[in-house]
Design a protein around this ligand. Structure first.
Ligand SMILES: Nc1ncnc2c1ncn2[C@@H]1O[C@H](COP(=O)(O)OP(=O)(O)OP(=O)(O)O)[C@@H](O)[C@H]1O
Length: 226
């Protein structure tokens, strides 16, 4: 469980998160949606203790970061580190020895190659593999479906189902609604740093319709396409 109470975050005078209150339980998958700049990544960085903030973020295994697998939108790798070394490095940090690394390389990545030379999608798959092999309790996946091929998207969806069945806590952001309706138990809409709507699975179609209406309005007509 991750409990967030009165979380606020400013960058200079820009108040990016405004008094956020939410709880993420184990065995559940949470989707966070919101337009670009709404504050999704900032929220994730606060939970991972990568930012200073006001308010309280707690869990039943403190500190959260010791049990958290954070998949960033654009994972970063040092230049001279192979895929295999990266996985080993992250697993060593959790005191886990991986003997059968090739067998567990489910995305068939070229593990002897420098990770910095991987394609965008390969980098994401490497970072995801590493946090999975760490056996974390909490997973925050910032746009996990973006930039990876269709086959990998199918695998990632199945991985999320598996993590849920293992009682993990999973938080995902995505700009593609269908990826969230396939995987999430709840979706929370973040707007300018505040949660303005939270819906359970049965109401996902309603939320999707509302978001479509809010977004499109008369914008397409304004283009005056002929
Ligand atoms: N390091 C930073 N310094 C200053 N401002 C920042 C920093 N990181 C983010 N911001 C600002 O915080 C706001 C929220 O950004 P954030 O990356 O959290 O949005 P997001 O919802 O993840 O967007 P996207 O969907 O585009 O990924 C934006 O206005 C952004 O410019």
């Amino acid at each position: 469980m991750i409990a967030i109470q009165n979380l606020s975050k400013k960058y200079g005078t820009n108040e990016v998160l405004k008094n956020i209150n939410i709880q993420f339980d184990k065995g559940k998958v949470y989707g966070i949606v919101g337009e670009n700049g709404a504050g999704k990544t900032t929220l994730f960085r606060c939970i991972a203790d990568l930012e200073e903030y006001e308010g309280k973020i707690s869990s039943n295994s403190t500190p959260i970061k010791h049990q958290l697998g954070l998949l960033l939108t654009e994972p970063f790798f040092f230049q001279k580190i192979t895929g295999k070394e990266y996985i080993q490095l992250l697993c060593n940090a959790r005191k886990i020895k991986i003997a059968d690394i090739q067998e567990r390389n489910i995305f068939d990545l070229p593990l002897e190659q420098y990770a910095s030379t991987y394609s965008t999608g390969m980098k994401k798959k490497l970072a995801l593999t590493a946090i999975l092999l760490q056996n974390n309790d909490y997973f925050i996946l910032d746009e996990p479906f973006n930039g990876v091929d269709i086959q990998s998207n199918i695998i990632i969806t199945e991985i999320i189902h598996k993590l849920k069945s293992l009682d993990k806590t999973i938080i995902i952001s995505s700009h593609i609604f269908s990826t969230l309706s396939d995987t999430c138990d709840e979706i929370h809409l973040l707007n300018k740093g505040s949660f303005i709507k939270s819906v359970q699975k049965t109401d996902f179609p309603v939320l999707e319709m509302e978001m479509k209406q809010m977004t499109i309005g008369s914008k397409i007509e304004n283009l005056r396409l002929i």
